[in-house]
Design a protein around this ligand. Structure first.
Ligand SMILES: [Ca+2]
Ligand SMILES: [Ca+2]
Ligand SMILES: [Ca+2]
Length: 398
């Protein structure tokens, strides 16, 4: 303890000397905030925006804000990264994390540990931490046990009413599609009638809303997307703006929700580039894309029998589609179907356990004709929706 105090005094003297040198230097860094730290409480989080790393000071114990103030209360030494104590440079401190000065704790030998910017400093030794690990005042608020209010869950309310650890896992018709899902379709319909598809989705209990993008600039916002758990990119009539693409990216990566994209509408005189570019504006944030020209008509996709999306799926039409590819490997992509030795469908799990994206290389699975002529289209949709939906909602994840 004695050595520690001596060391503290020495640091103070040397630092004061350094401060005088800086003060005497007309070209010195006036905005360094050194005097702020020396003349006022160093624990004032609001003053740490441009806190100088030479900030070493002595404050009375009452100067420590928060409920976990010094226990033995003689000396509070507040320092930040000591590796910068000689150059007088100013390091910005993330204001969003400066409230962690509550985490001040005093050890029995008088050494003080203070967290400011997520850095814990003890006797000049720096340990990087990520939060207020020294605050022992908030360790007793465990969540209460789940209390069932429904024997079998029937209410879509973001609450696990039957306490089976699955929130809103409701499928009254047993059709495989969660009744609490809110699905947003972006873009127009394709060439052929597709009313059966949307009507069928609604009949499975899900809410389905189609929003056209033509003459509707900037419609895809975080507030708009907050209405949906799953977004289906149908024939979008224009590319998404940068802001719209960013909103979609956050919707999937940060909110953990899902997106399914389709392609192959061929409204541009057999030129695949325009629709490819439009669809890719939604896929680019995920490092995914449609690439190349149109496959021929009537090709037969081969499904991976072991993937949850394609398990049991054989008979699905695929005509005039475009190959989906993962160009950046941001997350994890699995090819669950191929056609002509190329990808027909990609299942993409975003990084950091975020949401999921399915990139399907065709659009015929929305057409009424396919719903009548092919055996597995409905089951394919059931599997896709189940895989792409939010994992913490509407039943157990696949
Ligand atoms: Ca439940
Ligand atoms: Ca519920
Ligand atoms: Ca259902």
């Amino acid at each position: 303890m004695l050595g520690s105090n001596l060391e503290t005094v020495l640091v103070r003297v040397m630092t004061s000397f350094g401060l005088m040198m800086i003060a005497c230097n007309p070209g010195g860094n006036d905005s360094a905030g050194v005097t702020d730290g020396a003349t006022s409480s160093s624990s004032d989080a609001s003053e740490t925006d441009a806190q100088t790393t030479t900030d070493t000071t002595v404050t009375p114990p009452t100067s420590t804000s928060g409920e976990s103030a010094s226990e033995t209360g003689t000396t509070t030494t507040s320092t930040t990264t000591p590796t910068s104590t000689t150059d007088g440079t100013t390091e910005p401190v993330d204001p969003s994390e400066t409230t962690t000065t509550d985490g001040t704790a005093t050890t029995t030998d008088g050494t003080t540990t203070t967290t400011t910017d997520g850095t814990t400093t003890t006797d000049g030794t720096t340990t990087t931490t990520t939060g207020t690990s020294t605050d022992t005042s908030s360790t007793t608020d465990d969540p209460p046990d789940c209390v069932p209010t429904e024997d079998v869950e029937v209410t879509c309310d973001n609450i696990d009413n039957d306490c089976d650890s699955n929130v809103d896992n409701i499928d009254a018709g047993g059709d495989g599609i969660c009744d609490c899902l809110s699905i947003g379709i972006l873009g127009d319909v394709g060439y052929a009638p597709s009313s059966d598809f949307q009507a069928w989705l609604e009949e499975q209990g899900s809410s389905v809303v189609r929003t056209k993008l033509v003459n509707n600039p900037g419609v895809v916002t975080p507030a708009f997307l907050a209405n949906y758990d799953l977004v289906l990119i149908d024939r979008i009539e224009r590319a998404l703006s940068a802001d719209e693409a960013a909103a979609l990216e956050a919707f999937v990566k940060e909110d953990g929700r899902g997106m399914i994209t389709l392609i192959g509408y061929n409204f541009d005189n057999l030129n695949p580039a325009p629709e490819r570019d439009r669809a890719n504006s939604a896929l680019a944030p995920f490092g995914l894309a449609y690439e190349g020209g149109y496959f021929g008509d009537g090709v037969i996709p081969t499904f991976d029998p072991d993937h949850p999306i394609s398990m049991g799926i054989v008979d699905v039409n695929f005509a005039g589609g475009i190959q989906p590819v993962d160009v950046e490997n941001q997350g994890t992509s699995e090819v669950f179907a191929t056609v002509q030795a190329a990808n027909a469908g990609i299942a993409h799990q975003t990084d950091m356990n975020g949401g999921r994206v399915i990139v399907w290389g065709d659009e015929w699975i929305t057409f009424d004709s396919d719903w009548q002529g092919y055996a597995d289209v409905q089951d394919f949709w059931v599997n896709m929706v189940a895989w792409a939906k939010p994992k913490d909602f509407c039943g157990a994840p696949q």
